[in-house]
Design a binder for this molecule. Sequence first.
Ligand code: PAF
Length: 281
Amino acid sequence: MILFKGAADFGKYLEIQKKKQLSVGFVPTMGALHQGHLSLLQASKKDNHITVCSVFINPTQFNNADDFNRYPVTIEKDIQLLMANGCDAVFLPPKEEIYPSNYIPRRYELGGLETILEGHYRPGHFQGVCQVVDRLLQIVGPDKLYVGQKDYQQCKVISKLIEITDRQSAVDLVVVPTVREVDGLAMSSRNLRLSDEQRRLASAIFKALLFTRTNLLRKPIAELKNEARAFLEGKGFIVDYFEIAVASTLTPSENNDDLVIGLVAAYIGSVRLIDNLPLNE
Ligand code: PAF
């Protein structure tokens, strides 16, 4: 595995691969890698000749300085894992390679996606995601881009970014299913910050989603959402939202005939966890 810190060197390496007609799959990450990230890597390795990853904790997508400062950093372990799992090259840029002094932030027109759910609770977050993904796509120019379904709204945002930057014919977005721990907790770098007791309680998020899936046709949506929220609050969570939304648009669903997805964001102590589950696919 080759390590790159400079965008220009990484770009040259990628040019050589493309000249050899080798397809490139790209997995962007913020490090603290777990099995969920490795499933993206495996999906890319299956589809492409070359798989490259980036590890960059993007400051512009954190709307809260504490969250940024506490984001887990496990870079040596990450490099070991990427190597052991057959990653061909990893990009570890310092901040100036992503945001050079002449970088002018652009405003991405994400429409309603930006103001609902995560967008509402984390103002500016999706603009930051778009900035870094736009820049990484510019540097890497992959054939396929791999993202995890755990960040369902982020998947929609990145799809919109590809559309508004006219990259639809250049890059395919591949959304890889969420990988879960044995008790159902969605794998996340933030799980590293949970105490043993919080970790034990955290599986309630998946239980609440399963409850809504089991009862989707048995109860009105408003009642289901209230019960799921109350269940989590009863376990000590502070719930930002528990929403049942139309899976394609993320607008609230009033109607049990829609194809819907349950989406949740909740704090346990100071750790904010998100998860989602298609309820009737
Ligand atoms: O999902 C993530 O880890 C990040 O939001 C991403 C896509 C790597 C951009 O920083």
